[in-house]
Design a protein around this ligand. Structure first.
Ligand SMILES: Nc1ncnc2c1ncn2[C@@H]1O[C@H](COP(=O)(O)OP(=O)(O)OP(=O)(O)O)[C@@H](O)[C@H]1O
Ligand SMILES: [Mg+2]
Length: 266
């Protein structure tokens, strides 16, 4: 087997993971909220160290996909695998231990707690044998998000939107995820703050962390996404490899034009 880059931290004395095994994989995933079919037959996968972007308009099913992967909503059909292991019936906290971290829509930070304490909340999810010390976890995670360093003692509700996004991501990061899923990191941010957040995400990419990022618009700031999946009405209507759709192409896909011939192309 060929060796893969940055395997060392995830190796835990057992067999090294096969680089060809998807770190996360959805196959034929369907989720319904009562009569609303929010996801239908969604399949996608992400290999170690890859970045995937999931795009779609309001109500396309993006958040539902992340929730189904994380185990926050039940999949009516289909399977979720982590590193080849079927986790479809596994509860959220165990999936998190197995390496799936979610930065939810709205960032999920806890007002009333300091920046430091919010970050440390994520540490308890990290598998015990790989858990960093508090000092190490704070130092390592904030290296990706330098603006947080001067604000460690501040109540997190005093942060700007961009800093809040960085905080939610830092917290998810100290859980030592194999896959970091981020729901609309640019939501509500000014272009400058979005750029700063994506700069930090670029550093995570360089570190070899697998990222699954959800956005409504094609964000050209995502560096070289390995996979782009476009959802419409709960279905995958386009998949691209190593390319972002142009804004025109994306509008066309969102509107439903010229997509069917590409469906299932990958
Ligand atoms: N808890 C719920 N109960 C009922 N319907 C829901 C629930 N959550 C989501 N839905 C519906 O499921 C569909 C997909 O919603 P979802 O939140 O996954 O979309 P989204 O792509 O994340 O949208 P947005 O860009 O607005 O965040 C929508 O029709 C939504 O109204
Ligand atoms: Mg959403």
């Amino acid at each position: 087997m060929t060796s893969s880059t940055s395997l060392s931290r995830d190796e835990n004395g057992t067999r090294p993971p096969d680089p060809a095994t998807a770190v996360v994989e959805a196959a034929g995933l369907g989720v319904a909220y009562g009569r609303v079919q929010a996801l239908e037959g969604v399949s996608m996968s992400l290999l170690r160290g890859e970045t995937a972007l999931v795009l779609g308009l309001n109500g396309a099913g993006k958040t539902t996909l992340l929730k189904a992967l994380a185990g926050l909503v039940e999949a009516g059909t289909g399977t979720v695998r982590l590193g080849g292991l079927d986790v479809t019936a596994m509860p959220t906290h165990r999936r998190a231990r197995a390496g799936l971290s979610l930065v939810p829509e709205g960032r999920g930070v806890l007002p009333g707690l300091s920046v430091r304490d919010n970050i440390l909340l994520g540490l308890h999810t990290a598998p015990r044998r790989r858990r960093r010390s508090e000092h190490e976890a704070l130092d390592w995670s904030t290296a990706f998000f330098p603006p947080l360093r001067a604000k460690m003692k501040q109540d997190c509700s005093t942060l700007s939107g961009g800093e809040m996004q960085m905080l939610g991501t830092a917290r998810a990061l100290v859980a030592d995820p194999k896959v970091l899923m981020i729901d609309e990191p640019s939501l509500g941010l000014a272009p400058k703050a979005t750029a700063t957040v994506y700069q930090a995400l670029g550093r995570l990419q360089e570190e070899g962390i697998s990222l699954l990022i959800v956005e409504q618009k094609s964000v050209p700031l995502v560096r070289d996404p390995d996979r782009v999946v476009v959802l419409r009405s709960g279905r995958v209507v386009r998949e691209l490899r190593h390319a972002l759709p142009s804004p025109e192409e994306l509008s066309e896909i969102y509107l439903g034009g010229e997509t069917e011939k590409e469906e299932g192309a990958l």
